[in-house]
Every structure is written in C-alpha cells, then in structure tokens.
Design a protein around this ligand. Sequence first.
Ligand code: AMP
Length: 509
Amino acid sequence: MTFDSLGLNAALLRAITDQGYTEPTPIQQQAIPAILAGRDILAGAQTGTGKTAGFTLPLLQQLNRHPHERNHRHVRALIVTPTRELAAQVDESVTAYGRHLPLRSTVIFGGVKIGPQVQRLRQGVDIIVATPGRLLDHISQGNIDLSKIEILVLDEADRMLDMGFIHDIRRIIKLVPKKRQTLLFSATFSNEIRRLSEGLLHNPENIDVAPRNTTAERISQIVHPVAKSSKRALLSFLIGSNNWRQVLVFTRTKHGANRLAQQLERDGLSSAAIHGNKSQGARTRALAEFKSGKVRVLVATDIAARGLDIELLPHVVNYELPNVPEDYVHRIGRTGRAGSDGVAVSLVSAVEKGLLHGIERLLGTRLPRELIDGYEQATATDETDVDSRRQGRPAGRSGQQRNGQRRNTQQRNNQQRNGQPRQRRADANENNGNRPGNQKPAGGESESETSGNGRSNTHPQRNKTAGTSGRSSSPYRQGTKSSKQLNGNRRTSAGRRNQGAEVPALFGG
Ligand code: AMP
C-alpha cells in the first residue's frame, strides 16, 4: 500500500517523501482514512508504530480544508501528551509533516519560561501540542481559548492517567466544544481508559494494530537472572562485550538513575540520566547527545522515557523491573521501532521474581532466561527456571587472580591520582570486539578488567562483534546469601521504592 491511496493531499505527500517514508505503517493505513472521513478514533498503539504520523497527517489535512480567515486565527486542534519530551516530539512531527501547508503550531509544556510561549500564542496558532499542567496555566491566564477546537487528540492516554492527570484531562475536555472530532491513543486499555473513552468518543472507529498488552513482535526479549549487587557490573559487561552503542536503561527511581549513570561513567561508558528532577535544558541536552551518539547510555525513569522517539533504538535494558507490568510494555516499545529489530534485556534479581511473573502474566508468555556465568548468585537463581547459560567471565578465579586484579585497580587509582590518563574501558571493549581471535590488546587494558571472553556468542541477540570484556571488580560469587539477607534486601528495596519513586504529577506539567 502507498500513501497516495490513503487520500492525503499533495502537500502532505511531499512532506512524507521528504521524511523518506515509502509505505504507511498498519496504524497509518487504518487511522488516516478514518480520520479523514471525520470519525472519532480509539486506537491501541504503542510508541514506535508510527502513530504520530497516523493522527498528525490527517489532522493537518482536515484543518487545511478550511483555512483560517486572515486576522481571525484561533486554536483549532489540541494534542495533549503526558510528557514534555513527547510534546516536543509530536510538535516536531507536526512541523515536519505540515511544512508545505500554511498552518501554524506551537508546543506548550512546563519547566521552561512561560513568556516566550505567551508571545507565540499571541501571534496566533492553529495547533497546540501541550502537556496538561502548563496548558491549564495558560488557560487560567487567558492566553488560550479552547472554545473553537475542532480536533482533540489525547496521545498516550493510559500514561496520562497513570501520571495522575485525569482531573486535568476532565477539566480540559469541559473547555472544548461538544461538537468536535476526538482521537484517543493508548498503548494499554484499563477500565479507567474505557470509562474515559466512553464519555469522550462518539461512535469511534476501533483500531488495534498490535494485540493489546502484548509486545511488538520484532523485539527479542531476554531475562538475565542476576544478584542485585552484580547488576551494574553485568550491565557494563553486556554493553561492552556486545559493543552496544546506544542503550536506553530503565531504573525505578530518579536517584537510582543518577547513581547508575555516574557508575557507568566510571566504567568508561559515556552516560547521562534523564528524569523529572532534571531541568528541561538538561533533559533536552541529554537526549540530543544520546541521539547523536555522544552519550552511549541513557539512564531513564519510566516517566522521563515515556514517548521518547529515538529512531532505530536497538537496545533497551530493564535494570530494575517496573512495579506496574504495563510499564514493561511501554519501556520495550522504545526498541524495535517502526519495523526495525530490537533487543530488550531485563536484569532480574531474586526479589523481582514476583514482578517478572506479573509481566509474564500480562504478556501471556514466559520470557527466556539466560544465566551469565560469574554474574549469578546461587540463591538469587532457581536453576530449574533457567533456559540457557553463557560464559560471562572465567569462573572460579584464583586468589592470585583476584589479588592481581586488586593491584591493577590500585595501579589505576594511583595513575589517576598522578594525573595520568586512564584508558577507558569502553574503548578497550570496542577494540577487543574488533580484534580477531581474542588476542590481547596492544597495551593498557590487558589486565583483569577485561577478563571476560567472547567465546560463547551463540545467543541470537548477541552482536557479532562481541569480544573480550568483563568486569571483575564486582562482588560475584561472594558466597551464598542467606534467606535472611535476601529478606533484608527486600525490605531495603521496598523502602527505597517509597522514598525515591518518581512523582509523576511534577513531570508532565
Ligand atoms: P511513533 O510511533 O509515532 O513514535 O513513530 C515511530 C518512528 O517511526 C518515528 O521515528 C517516525 O519518524 C517513524 N515513522 C513513522 N511513520 C513511518 C513510515 N511510514 N515509514 C517509516 N518510518 C515511519
């Protein structure tokens, strides 16, 4: 199927060609004709399916059918999104797809000065893309009038409800005209979403491009059972040994995201954290650097990562499983986007088993488990529950090796104190990955820091350039933890969960 057959006008077809799209995605094939026919839409589609173009293209065409009279510009379409990042990305899409049309749009979100937004609004816009909190601020200041809205889009509606925006959404709905076209997109469908949609949509066309609550087929998923204390080391090992260049890593808390990004930096992996406590500038910068390849690992909380559109993002890692199973679907929706293959890796410690089972119940499938030697912990892993095993780092290091490693670490610390440059481990990994036959590197990192080996590369997800790498300074194989200790872990992580959990309402505003 081609875009021409969907009924889009020449200006939009040109913009689509500019983007390099040749074929509409399934959601676009279904949504575009229905929206052009004036229908309300209830669409089950996660990020990565091409849903933004699916509603933006026909929305632009609908508005362009009756262009504005000069000097009487009022807001005609409102797109509400849960997060600032998603708002910014949707606005970019509106601008890109509407570049050959005389329609104006702007984006409204919190965390930045309100003044420039007010000025832009005063100049007159046809389309507003907004997060709920700042939108309501503008409305209460009289900067925005929603009484002439023709099309209302609620993007990622499930997330807006998760983030506590239901009252804001209901306030916004009261301010738009009853006679309008409404498009609701949601990755998952809870009863709450159904209730919201029933009051909002008029005889909607139901579109469901992926079976609800299932993950995109092109994403391969794997679980690595691992001791909690070894997670960071295993993550560095996986990134380094597989030579992953662009990895989105999820943590549950903002504090955890910061700490992990710092630790990975120390491991020689350029990293940045993105979460609700960061200024908008810092978040935009981190995302830009990640997209450009300057930052290799982006550590994010669920809310911060929501809706991030990073083309062809190949690797997503769940450093900690989310408390809400649906978030797993959202998280891994960031990879395997628009038809490309992706890999979603979950590092799961013993205390997260319940969460894993909850996710598997939601997906209706069991995720394959693979143990990486050297990173498991006997009591953290039920061996009968493991499907495969892979060599991570040489098992059973001798005391001598361990001492050697300590010396090397010491040496490096001394080097650093003396101001000598230290070869970055990530570079060493990269070199190793490209070195045929696992020869020792020419210099610098031949010590036990890179003591893993890439011999076993049988896993379907493993990058072919996997080479030698491994973190050996972490506490693997430190003996078996007693159940008391594990229970202690459980208490600690529960405590942390309560202390550091992201506060959604602060974020989207
Ligand atoms: P979305 O699900 O809207 O976040 O889109 C995911 C990604 O797919 C974005 O990077 C879009 O630029 C891209 N995309 C959207 N439509 C198409 C298409 N028809 N062909 C190829 N890529 C597309």
